[in-house]
Design a protein around this ligand. Structure first.
Ligand code: SF4
Length: 177
């Protein structure tokens, strides 16, 4: 039987290559867009809609989970001024992975992972640490470091081929430079 995996994805750019790689590894992939960290609302909608467009175009299963940005702001309260790659980002990873685990349990999906590791701006070890805090949750975390084996280069090629919208900041208001 093909194993199912719930792939947390932050945008179309970061989604394309991980979906391809997981499918090649034999997984039945469902993409899970849950990113209440993204601000402002206009930018959130742009990234969400681009991901939906690509998922539909490629026939990939996807789920959109909406949540208020205020909830995320409350979660990272006190860490607003942390630099990128710091403690605020670790909390942000955990917030999104926790919800991914909940959704996987709800859907009876045995595995999960995230596209966040494809970015060279994110520390893979910190993403894996966030997943470690969810060990024994009943869903297996697949520790894919998607930036490896030219993963980031392939991501950029796919973004160009598909003419994806490419944002110039990570997502929250604190990462806008
Ligand atoms: S910079 Fe990115 S990963 Fe870090 S808190 Fe902001 S949105 Fe989350």
């Amino acid at each position: 039987m093909t194993e199912k995996i719930l792939l947390h994805a932050c945008c179309a750019v970061c989604m394309a290559y991980p979906v391809q790689k997981l499918k090649e590894s034999g997984y039945d992939v469902t993409v899970f867009f849950f990113n209440p960290n993204i601000s402002p609302a206009q930018e959130y909608k742009r990234r969400r809609d681009e991901l939906i467009k690509y998922a539909k175009h490629t026939g990939c299963n996807y789920i959109i989970e909406e949540e208020n940005h205020e909830n995320w702001l409350e979660y990272i309260k006190g860490y607003e001024q942390e630099p990128e790659k710091g403690a605020r980002c670790s909390l942000c990873f955990k917030y999104r992975l926790e919800k991914t685990v909940k959704k996987a349990l709800e859907l009876g999906i045995q595995n999960y992972t995230t596209t966040l590791t494809v970015s060279p701006h994110k520390v893979t070890g910190e993403i894996f640490k966030a997943a470690d805090t969810l060990t024994n949750c009943g869903v297996n975390f697949i520790p894919e470091d998607f930036k490896k084996q030219n993963g980031f280069l392939k991501t950029m090629q796919l973004a160009k081929e598909n003419d994806f919208y490419r944002q110039n900041y990570c997502g929250c208001e604190f990462s806008i430079r």
